[in-house]
Write a protein of this length. Structure first.
Length: 501
């Protein structure tokens, strides 16, 4: 910890947040901007079309604001009181229009006076590149193999797993190193921590941080939060690996569009945590009080990974005796286990054939357009996938696949009838369906006493369902009695099952 490099890192953390953000605007962000101009496709054209010159880009204390978002945003300048009470002017990017901001400021009352000076619409860079320029993929800067990518990524690290590690944006740009040291949680508050290297950072003790911290497009390996309190921390568009929260208290921690690998939560209180399109892989939870955890699942995530996540979460809730949360996680665990029987439809196992190209054909076409795939490769992929589906029709492959889907059929019934034992109220729907079907049989049937008489038809159906038997029952009505016994047994078992935790 006593190297010159780490002393320089600590000196940056010792600055006030205003001094730190000013230092980045003057010393670090200009280098980043130059890199974007030289390496990101059509970046200068984006600046011109959106009237974002270098001074505007450098003025923001959240550099990522110009890149994130899937819709039109607003570049706004407003005045308002700072922490010292003085009126300051700030520029920022927001999804809210001028009218919406002024309405929000008006609701805060006269004690806190904010005024919007100007506001105009802009397109975030990646939204502009994909939607307006039809560029979903671009060549990875610094990659000798000319690989393709669709967002920022860290592709190279020097001296990994050490305090001297360095993370490189793509393959060739070393971002500002801020990890490998110990800071207090208050040091994180309101700093521009976009596009930085936080690998090996430890947040411990000291005053607890209670102001907003956004970390976007940064390297976040081996971050430790130890014996401290931290609130309002959001990771966005980051790969967060080996995050450890030990004997701490966190509140309003969010992960948005992140890849989260092997986090460890131990002996902590985790209050209001949000995973938005970010499912932790191999999470470890030991003796933690987890309150208000929200998950918005990724649209194309692995159902196997989701099932495994909910299994770990269920186990954590069971340890704390929280039956309702444990039962809800069990349902989601089984539901995604059930969906894994659909996607992928053909399991990736050694006893079944494999597709030649596992991606989408749209992705294949875009990569062909950009020259990553030759005509010969595309023809080989398409013909290989055609052969793959033809092979599945062969008897020995077809019956193997059918055998693997047997459990899926059982899971369909398990889910639809009583929600894996966690949604027993569904049985009332099935009871209603059975009674309605057999009532219609009598109502439209040939027995004179029941034909056209809805009350008598339902009366006879209910007697058969309860196995008491109707005077005019036929041989087929024994099926209703069998269904009645089965559904009533499942109902009793289902409601008894809910207390098992």
């Amino acid at each position: 910890m006593d190297t010159i490099e780490n002393k320089e890192i600590i000196s940056l953390w010792m600055m006030s947040k205003d001094e730190f953000n000013k230092w980045r605007r003057e010393n670090d962000i200009p280098k980043l901007l130059k890199y974007f101009k030289e390496n990101m496709p059509l970046f200068k054209e984006w600046q011109i079309e959106n009237a974002i010159d270098d001074s505007i880009f450098l003025s923001s204390d959240r550099t990522s604001e110009f890149f994130i978002g899937s819709e039109e945003r607003y570049l706004t300048t407003a005045t308002g009181p700072s922490e010292s009470g003085q009126i300051e002017t700030a520029s920022f990017v927001t999804p809210k229009s001028r009218k919406a901001l002024e309405k929000e400021y008006a609701q805060w009352g006269k004690e806190i006076v904010f005024k919007v000076i100007s506001s105009r619409s802009i397109y975030p860079y990646f939204y502009w590149l994909r939607k307006l320029k039809k560029r979903n993929l671009f060549r990875t800067p610094g990659d000798r193999n000319d690989g393709l990518i669709n967002d920022f990524a860290y592709r190279m690290r020097q001296n990994p797993n050490s305090i001297k590690s360095r993370a490189f944006l793509f393959h060739n740009f070393p971002v500002l190193k801020l990890g490998g040291v110990v800071v207090t949680s208050v040091n994180l508050d309101e700093r521009n921590l976009d596009f930085v290297d936080l690998d090996g950072l430890t947040v411990s003790r000291g005053r607890h941080g209670s102001r907003t911290t956004h970390i976007t497009y940064s390297a976040c390996n081996d971050i430790t939060i130890y014996k401290t309190e931290k609130a309002f921390l959001t990771f966005e568009k980051c790969t967060v690996e080996n995050l450890r929260i030990i004997q701490s208290r966190t509140q309003d921690i969010g992960f948005v569009d992140c890849q989260v690998f092997q986090p460890v939560l131990r002996g902590s209180t985790i209050f209001r945590t949000i995973f938005v399109r970010s499912i932790p892989s191999n999470i470890t939870i030991e003796n933690c009080d987890i309150v208000d955890l929200f998950v918005r699942e990724p649209p194309h995530s692995s159902h196997f990974a989701l099932s495994h996540f909910y299994k770990r979460l269920r186990s954590a809730y069971q340890q704390r005796g929280e039956r309702g949360e444990a039962g809800n996680c069990f349902y989601k665990e089984r539901f995604h286990e059930f969906l894994s029987g659909i996607a992928p439809f053909v399991p990736n196992t050694s006893d079944l054939p494999r597709r030649a190209y596992i991606g989408s054909y749209r992705d294949m076409f875009e990569r062909w357009q950009l020259g990553q795939y030759s005509n010969k490769s595309v023809i080989r992929f398409i013909s290989g996938n055609t052969l793959f589906y033809a092979k599945l029709l062969l008897p020995h492959y077809f019956f193997r696949l059918l055998l693997k889907k047997t459990k899926f059929i059982a899971d369909v019934l398990d889910w639809s009838v009583w929600g894996f034992g966690e949604r027993p109220a569904r049985i009332f729907l099935w009871i209603g369906i059975v009674l309605a079907v057999f009532s219609c049989k009598y109502y439209f049937g040939t027995i004179p006493e029941f034909k056209g008489d809805l009350a008598q038809s339902f009366y006879c159906s209910a007697f058969n369902f309860s196995t008491m038997g109707c005077d005019k029952k036929s041989g087929i009505d024994a099926i209703e009695g069998l269904l009645g016994v089965t559904l009533m047994s499942i109902m009793v078992a289902g409601f008894a099952n809910r207390s098992r935790y």
